[in-house]
Design a protein around this ligand. Sequence first.
Ligand SMILES: C[S@@+](CC[C@H](N)C(=O)[O-])C[C@H]1O[C@@H](n2cnc3c(N)ncnc32)[C@H](O)[C@@H]1O
Ligand code: SF4
Length: 381
Amino acid sequence: MHAREDGAVIDRVVRHIYVHVPFCATVCPFCSFDVVERRAGQVDAYLDRLEAEAVVAAEQFDVVPTTLYLGGGTPSHLRIGELARIVDVITRVFGRPSGETTIEVHPLDAGEGKVAALGDLGFNRLSVGVQSFDDRVLASLGRAHTAAAALTAIERCLATGATVSLDLISAVGGQNLGSDLAAAVASGVHHMSVYTLTVEDGTPFARRGVQVPDDRAAGAIERTARVLGSAGFDRYEVSNYARPGRRSTHNQAYWRNRWVLGLGPSAGGHLPPLDADRSAGAVAVRTANAPMAAWSGGAPPEAEALGPREAAGDHVFCGLRLSDGVDLDEGSLRWGVDIGREFAAEIESLRCDGLVELDGTVLRATDAGYRVLDRVAAEFC
Ligand SMILES: C[S@@+](CC[C@H](N)C(=O)[O-])C[C@H]1O[C@@H](n2cnc3c(N)ncnc32)[C@H](O)[C@@H]1O
Ligand code: SF4
């Protein structure tokens, strides 16, 4: 940690690592992530490239991992030996993560032996992609598993003693959201991510003309917040709910705009500037890794250098997703910009519209602001 001449306090240590694992058993028709169905030889090539990328990152940045997150794609689709190699690479190159270590788990990968082996590899947070507890809805989403398989997966994950999260998709046509939420609560998980179905360009859902009416989406979000709130889940981020003490440290690192190293195809990162960018006035760099084909061929990430105002804007933009809001003083100190002054007009106009409130130095979205968060956040871009 050191203070720059302009007063900004920059801690250059990167404490969070995200690894994108781009393989899935089958590709769901609603999903637009950078994924492929596994083919012979591809995983070994991916693991080699991942290791090379990690070694380069370690030469450039001071990485001392607190959290590690294996997302996808479907990391659980890899064999235990392949997952062990990822953990080994991270540990050898950067050191063993000292805190939350998450892996996304597909219900069909949750055989008893496999789930236990994930625990042995050090994963202490397991995030299960459930989507719905209704077999008809799962079929309409093109999911390859049943609700019973998801429940078995959750039980096995809970039995390891890890923190267990599940993903649900809301606002699906024909879905009984009330029963999905009740089943999710009854499953005993500690954490839930509930995403509104989005129809992304280029997906089979878009080609079929699947629609999610705005009122259905808004109703689903309100209902989710109400039901999970009464069941004792804290809505700590727009789409994320946790039992006390079970918030995700890794995901909060994104929303608190901490440094994150992204490894793997299409992974995003937020990193301290290297010397050349720093001398040009950058205080942070946003990175986006190339998609699978180009990344596999060694393509470097796209990097966008951020000046103090842009970094501070990002800080507010991300922080407003949290129910805790964002401490403007902390952001100002970090980025060397007086955020209250720099964004005075934007904050005042949102305040007049009843979309944000200022509590001391903490800026928070109001209930009305939470409903139109993209509009609120856009003011700081
Ligand atoms: C990487 S996947 C989770 C792990 C695993 N691949 C699986 O599907 O079980 C992350 C989550 O993103 C959500 N998701 C993906 N595409 C979505 C879409 N178009 N609309 C809403 N949620 C989506 C799903 O809830 C999914 O579980
Ligand atoms: S939702 Fe999960 S399993 Fe389905 S294609 Fe996307 S990443 Fe793969």
